[in-house]
Write a protein that binds this ligand. Structure first.
Ligand code: SF4
Length: 193
């Protein structure tokens, strides 16, 4: 930390202690102090150029990695990228939140049964099996071979597929092909909605 920043931090903390005694909310001051710490860590971090994986625009990213821990500590738009010039849409701007730095990132299957107010932890095998079984039951029940005019349509109108904003182009393509092969016609993507 540089001397100027140290002095700034000292002033902030000193003022913080005084304000705390007066019952003032210190959360914004703490957030600002965290930002200063983060700027310092970024200055010594290794920078790697990358490209956002989510769509064909291919916006440029700068990934900052802490040399000591080897962990990504920040991802932001690359101002020198010829296409995006540093800007990112909401998906690209949130890409850092998908890394392990986000302690709120979901890492396990949580299931809430119908009419229940409790979440239960389940395995991926359990979830995939349940989804497949429910889809098959619904498809067997509701598959439409012909429409009212007698034309062959081979579709299911009671199932829909919503893609996650974390899907990239290739994943979207294969999921769409898979969903169409089952006869789904309602297929959408969270980023479009
Ligand atoms: S998803 Fe957004 S940030 Fe990523 S490449 Fe496309 S436009 Fe750029």
């Amino acid at each position: 930390m540089r001397r100027r920043q140290f002095l700034k931090m000292s002033c902030v903390l000193g003022a913080g202690v005084a304000l705390c005694g007066l019952g003032v909310d210190l959360v914004p001051i703490e957030a600002w102090a965290d930002e200063i710490k983060k700027i310092d860590r970024l200055k010594s971090a290794r920078q790697t150029m990358s490209v956002c994986c989510y769509c064909s625009v291919g916006c440029g990213l700068i990934c900052a990695t802490d040399e000591k821990t080897g962990k990504i500590i920040n991802i932001e738009g690359d101002p020198e990228h010829p296409v995006s010039e540093g800007s990112l849409c909401a998906k690209g701007a949130g890409i850092f939140q998908t890394t392990e730095a986000n302690e709120h990132r979901l890492t396990k299957v949580l299931y809430r049964a119908p009419n229940s107010d409790k979440w239960e932890e389940k395995s991926w095998d359990w979830a995939i099996d349940r989804i497949a079984r429910l889809m098959k039951e619904e498809r067997d029940k509701s598959f439409i071979t012909k429409n009212a005019a007698g034309q062959v349509v081979n579709r299911v109108e009671t199932l829909a597929h919503m893609g996650s904003s974390n899907l990239d182009n290739e994943e979207c393509w294969s999921i769409t092909a898979w969903a169409r092969s089952l006869g789904l016609v309602y297929i959408d993507h969270q980023a479009r909605v």
